[in-house]
Design a protein around this ligand. Structure first.
Ligand code: ADE
Length: 228
């Protein structure tokens, strides 16, 4: 999968994309992430990407020109499955959405700032809008990093068997069962006996029961197939 991210803060992605699973996905050649500095697409000598809103009021608006120039350059080079704008009023990201995007070939992501972007970008250039939750971040970068992480780890081949995405919370609409490791007892707090029994069948049944119980207690909407 190739992911192109348009941003005025490319450095914000250095941390999340250079560690752990996302780093490995790139090293394995399963994810190719390209960052594009939007300021490189301005014609203005101050490399300005925002301007005052015609409607007045506080807050600057990101201009259409540099965005269109960058989007045009990228779309001339390849076809994109989606051109995504990260926005608090977009479609809510969940595991099902992440699964769907993990099967795509080329994605472009635009990160906004200030009071938003010129509406004509959303109307004419963007094909999907995604929100990571009902709260407002300072910009789309952190949201894009969350989205990319949730998608890239699901690309076939990225996770090894032992960390398989199939056992993740929300996969199969159930949250994960509790897990334990050594020591068997800490301050008298014991690991459930069944996990030490060596009986694989009983352990699998226990894990399934725990998943169901947790889902009913914490995310009952998942059992009804609703958004929680
Ligand atoms: N940009 C600002 N807040 C956001 C959010 N909650 N989700 C996606 N993009 C955003």
């Amino acid at each position: 999968m190739r992911i192109d991210i348009i941003t005025i803060f490319p450095e914000m992605f250095q941390g999340p994309f250079s560690e752990s699973i996302i780093k490995r996905a790139q090293q394995k050649g399963l994810a190719h992430i390209h960052l594009h500095q939007l300021r490189d697409y301005t014609t203005d000598k101050h490399r300005k990407t925002d301007d005052y809103a015609f409607s007045g009021g506080a807050g600057m608006v990101m201009m259409i020109e540099p965005i269109a120039r960058c989007v045009d350059k990228l779309t001339a080079e390849r076809k994109y499955d989606e051109i995504i704008y990260m926005s608090p009023d977009g479609d809510l990201l969940d595991q099902k959405v992440a699964n769907q995007y993990s099967l795509k070939g080329n994605l472009m992501i635009l990160c906004g700032h200030y009071k938003g972007i010129d509406e004509r970008v959303r109307e004419r250039l963007i094909t999907k809008e995604i929100s990571i939750g009902s709260y407002v971040l300072s910009g789309g970068e952190l949201a894009a990093a969350v989205f990319v992480d949730s998608v890239v780890r699901l690309i076939p081949g990225v996770l090894g068997d032992e960390t398989s995405a199939l056992s993740d919370s929300f996969q199969n609409n159930l949250v994960s069962p509790p897990v334990y490791t050594r020591p068997r007892a800490f301050r008298g707090w014991k690991v459930p006996d069944i996990l030490l029994s060596g009986n694989e069948k009983l352990i699998e049944e226990w894990k399934y029961e725990q998943s169901l119980k947790r889902t009913a207690e914490r995310k009952p909407g998942l059992l009804r197939n609703e958004d929680d």
